[in-house]
Design a protein around this ligand. Structure first.
Ligand code: ZN
Length: 151
């Protein structure tokens, strides 16, 4: 019998990054909001330590840029660092080139801060394509390849 694998993942972002608030919290205003991500991530890391679990943290590049110690703490405590893009933009709203640039920027920053190779990516608000124009779930945005349409 194959053992059951439990996996825990976290999006490391602040409340004003969520797509539902984009109209009232555009990125030009993000630096003006009270940030809670560092404190809340610290609380989560303590809980994960208490439970003895390791997780994958999909960190927004903007968070890594403003709070590099958050990324360093996640990595130092044994968790995987993955990308949640830099600007939390919906993938299906981006051109392939803009998507590639966003992912590369976040990946480079996260790797520099964590010392880990970043191989995971979670699309903001699950925006990896639409039913009429799906996009593959590969990490091709990190290579020289273009995202490809799913079959
Ligand atoms: Zn998100």
């Amino acid at each position: 019998m194959t053992p059951l694998v439990n996996a825990m993942t976290v999006d490391v972002e602040d409340y004003f990054h969520v797509s539902a608030l984009a109209a009232s919290a555009p990125r030009e205003r993000w630096d003006g909001f009270e940030t809670r991500v560092a404190r809340n991530t610290g609380r989560l890391l303590d809980l994960f330590d208490e439970a003895g679990v390791r997780v994958t943290c999909f960190v927004l590049g903007w968070v890594a840029d403003r709070h590099p110690d958050v990324v360093k703490a996640i990595a130092a405590r044994g968790h995987e660092i993955a990308s949640h893009g830099f600007w939390h933009e919906l993938v299906y709203d981006l051109t392939p080139g803009a998507f590639r640039d966003d992912v590369r920027r976040s990946k480079r920053l996260l790797e520099d801060l964590s010392g880990q190779k970043v191989v995971g990516y979670r699309a903001p608000s699950f925006s990896m394509g639409t039913p009429s124009a799906p996009v593959s779930h590969s990490t091709s945005a990190c290579s020289n390849e273009r995202p490809v349409a799913a079959r």
